[in-house]
Design a protein around this ligand. Structure first.
Ligand code: EPZ
Length: 420
């Protein structure tokens, strides 16, 4: 397995471009199954998860082309296999996103149940209950979800008792071709949900209220070809800003957006960062100062994102003071804590709260990535630790961060990949 070797101690300085959002690219690529004809998706990040989704669509017989703008053109009219197999789904839970479009457009779907993952059990019961409310027949056996809609799905009034991002996305996609109106109550408000809704409307769907907790979808007969560029990745943006804060640096991030991670910018300013923003750029400057510890509590958007929790624990680990970090979305998303403690961090876990007492310095150590965002926090710790940190199992990182070592090198970090 590839490893990253990071020589700590240099503040990050410079400017980089932010890539398209992984968590927008995945549902939007799945949504191409809804259209009659070619849909091209642009600003896709070159990530392992995106490759897996493209591989999954290819497995189903869908024709894919990469055009001269590096957009992926998907034509679902050639689909000949309505199965998302275990071999692919086990490597990427977001494969569940093909379920709604397949049932809605082709009346049938066989999707391997995504297992749990490092951060939690992550059930998909709300996806299935919503589809049943829309008239799909769902059977789950030998690890597969079998869904049938012999008649066209029907609009339904669905209350989601937990805010679920991909649950909202799956049901929104299914509702786009249903007969009648679907209302999703307690829907997810993430910018990636809004991006998917805007893409569906570009195909001719009639989705309203995206970005609020109540989304109304007026089903249409068919969806048409279109081109759509996915929005910038707010978690990649937040990760590099937090790395700059932890290393007392000064960075400029381009091709991003200021309005999709406000809770994170507020916390970075609380930590003492000077943050300036424009429509498509964000600048952070620590003026050489050590960050101040911050308290935070994760929750669904627009609150502080769970996908930024591990990165802030790493920043708090070297901050001035003590910060408490409470995780309310997933039940087991503190795997990075033990690894950070091995680097000299002073962190106590009390239930779903990490109490982080800032230390003057971390020391390099061999550490192991356990999940995507935990691995980002270990990279941040390596950037501030004294000595050379080796981060193992970085395939987790490659799932969500495009060219991470190149981008960090552009920001002045001493980091290199060591092929296994
Ligand atoms: C999406 O996962 C993201 N993935 C995750 O990003 C992100 O952490 C998460 O939303 C929360 O923001 C993609 O968008 C591809 P959920 P998702 O359904 O949709 C419970 C990353 O790092 N739940 O919003 O799977 C669930 O157990 C990844 O990029 C049910 O109980 O998350 C969790 O506690 C990690 N039943 C909570 O809801 C369901 O049917 C939120 O999960 C569905 C979810």
């Amino acid at each position: 397995m590839d490893k990253l070797l990071i020589q700590g101690g240099q503040p990050l300085h410079g400017e980089i471009r932010i890539s398209g959002a992984k968590n927008s690219a995945l549902p939007i690529l799945a949504s191409t199954l809804l259209a009659d004809g070619k849909v091209s998706v642009g600003n896709l990040p070159h990530l392992h998860d995106v490759t897996t989704m493209i591989e999954l669509l290819g497995h189903m017989g869908v024709e894919l082309m990469i055009d001269e703008r590096m957009s992926v053109e998907v034509d679902s009219t050639t689909i000949n296999n309505l199965t998302a197999p275990y071999e692919l789904v086990k490597t990427m839970r977001a494969s569940i996103l093909v379920l709604g479009p397949m049932v809605a457009h082709f009346g049938e779907a066989h999707v391997s149940l995504p297992g749990g993952c490092a951060i939690g059990t992550r059930p998909v019961n709300l996806h299935l209950q919503g589809l049943e409310q829309m008239g799909a027949e769902i059977q789950v056996d030998s690890g597969y979800i079998h869904a049938y809609a012999p008649q066209r799905l029907k609009g339904a009034h669905i209350f989601l008792d937990t805010v679920t991002v991909t649950g909202t996305e799956n049901l929104m996609m299914a509702a786009a071709l249903a007969d009648g109106v679907t209302i999703l109550e307690n829907a997810a408000r993430e910018p990636e949900v809004v991006d998917l809704a805007d893409c569906l409307n570009a195909m001719g769907a009639d989705v309203r209220g995206q970005g609020t907790a109540t989304i109304e979808i007026h089903g249409v007969e068919r969806l048409n070809p279109c081109h759509y560029d996915v929005l910038p990745d707010r978690v990649e943006t937040g990760t590099y800003l937090t790395a700059a804060a932890a290393t007392k640096g000064h960075v400029l991030l381009k091709d991003t957006r200021e309005d999709i991670l406000e809770a994170v910018l507020i916390k970075l300013r609380e930590a003492g960062a000077e943050v300036n923003t424009g429509a498509d750029w964000i600048e952070l400057n620590m003026h050489g100062q050590r960050p101040r510890a911050v308290n935070l509590r994760t929750a669904p958007y627009p609150a502080f994102p769970t996908d930024m929790q591990a990165q802030f624990v790493a920043m708090n680990a070297v901050a001035d003071g003590t910060g408490s970090v409470t995780e309310t979305v997933f039940e087991n998303r503190f795997m990075h804590v033990q690894e950070l403690i091995r680097m000299g961090a002073d962190i106590g876990l009390e239930g779903n709260t990490a109490i982080v007492r800032g230390v003057d310095r971390l020391t390099a150590a061999p550490v192991m990535a356990t999940d995507l965002r935990a691995s980002a926090s270990l990279v941040i710790a390596g950037l501030v630790a004294e000595g050379e940190t080796m981060v193992d199992r970085i395939y987790h990182i490659d799932r969500g961060y495009e060219c991470i070592e190149e981008k960090l090198q552009l920001l002045g970090a001493t980091i290199r990949r060591m092929p296994s």
